[in-house]
Design a protein around this ligand. Structure first.
Ligand SMILES: Cc1ncc(COP(=O)(O)O)c(C=O)c1O
Length: 345
């Protein structure tokens, strides 16, 4: 069965054009920097984000971890959102592998961290204290609703960080969704950041891979650490070829995913038994809850939806996150709205 898969944008399979490019990719040993396709992808990524250099990594998690390991020494502290992927969903990698301590600051509803909270979390010079090195932002902020952070906000955080001798890392797994949703250039959005990770394998539909971008010095150190973590891949142009197509052809079309997310949210707002978050969607994610009168839980709904050919992600027993992407068309949106109506009546 061909399912309509709304669990995440990570489920996107490569397009026929990507598969063709992958089959024909010119390759070499990337650890020797000999893979022309990877080199091209890295140059393209650096140029698009307005940074000196980029490095291709197997996953967003590894990209974030490498960034943290470059910015921090053991015992250092990183200011992160309490609802951030780095803090909640990367298996504690920064602590386990880097000896780095997270300092969580509450994420506001709009995905931001209050500047005052960041300021108050920066440790003072004291032999008892860890050394604060880094602030991390997530853009779009996933758990807060796929909310984009603005260039102005990012600039303010960058200024605060730099005035205090800290660096700024942006987990931009979906940075192009953020730029497209706000109709701003991605370069402007990440200009204040010292490093940015973004994923090719989510809304941009590549099968594998993320990019880490920053200064030449930063990326040179990142190459050592990627090797240390076992992320030095060889004839990896095979997958970089798909990443090039992502960057060249998949960015502007994210607007369609956002429109479909809006159509989905608008339709679900008219289904009795569902309460779609106010303001949702901000990009390609729709968050909603079951209303109190509904007796079945989200797991039962997921099971019934599966039998109707739809895959859903339950956040907890009452809450869902639905994500639109390249393989979700208008027909899929209509079918999903009808399926919820059928299940809940
Ligand atoms: C905001 C955010 N950052 C980082 C990641 C990690 O990416 P990966 O799954 O490629 O490790 C994800 C994955 O969903 C994410 O949503």
């Amino acid at each position: 069965m061909d399912y309509i898969d709304l669990r995440s944008d990570t489920v996107t399979k490569p397009t026929p054009e990507m598969r063709e490019a992958m089959a024909e990719a010119e390759v070499g040993d990337d650890v020797y920097r000999d893979d022309p396709t990877v080199n091209r992808l890295e140059e393209l990524a650096a140029q698009m984000l307005g940074k000196e250099e980029a490095i291709f990594v197997p996953s967003g998690t590894m990209g974030n971890l490498i960034a943290l390991l470059v910015h921090c020494q053991r015992g250092d502290e990183v200011i992160v959102g309490s609802l951030s992927h780095i803090y909640l969903n990367e298996a504690g990698g920064m602590s386990a592998l880097g000896g780095i301590q997270p300092c969580p600051v509450p994420n506001q509803k709009d995905g931001t961290l209050h500047l005052d909270d960041i300021r108050a979390s920066i440790r003072t010079e004291d032999v008892h204290h860890p050394i604060t090195r880094l602030v991390c932002l997530e853009n779009t902020q996933n758990i807060c609703g796929g909310v984009p952070l603005t260039p102005t906000y990012t600039r303010r955080v960058g200024e605060l960080a730099h005035q205090n001798g800290l660096s700024l890392h942006v987990d931009g797994a979906r940075i192009f969704n953020s730029a497209v949703a706000q109709n701003v250039s991605v370069r402007e959005l990440v200009e204040p950041a010292d490093s940015v990770m973004f994923c090719l394998s989510k809304g941009l539909a590549a099968p594998i891979g993320s990019m880490l971008v920053g200064s030449a010095k930063f990326i040179s150190r990142a190459r050592h650490i990627r090797k240390m973590l076992g992320g030095g891949m060889r004839q990896v142009g095979i997958i970089a070829a798909a990443g090039i197509i992502s960057l060249e052809t998949m960015v502007n079309r994210l607007a369609q995913d956002h429109l479909r997310a809006k159509k989905l949210a608008d339709g679900l707002r008219h289904v009795a038994g569902l309460s779609v978050d106010e303001g949702s969607p901000y990009s390609n994610m729709v968050y909603l809850d079951l209303t109190e009168n509904i007796e079945i839980d989200s797991k039962q709904i997921c099971d019934q939806a599966r039998s109707l050919g739809i895959l859903l992600d339950a956040e907890n027993s009452r809450r869902f996150r639905l994500v639109t992407h390249y393989w979700v068309d208008d027909n899929a949106v209509d079918k999903t709205i009808s399926a919820f109506r059928e299940i809940l009546t």
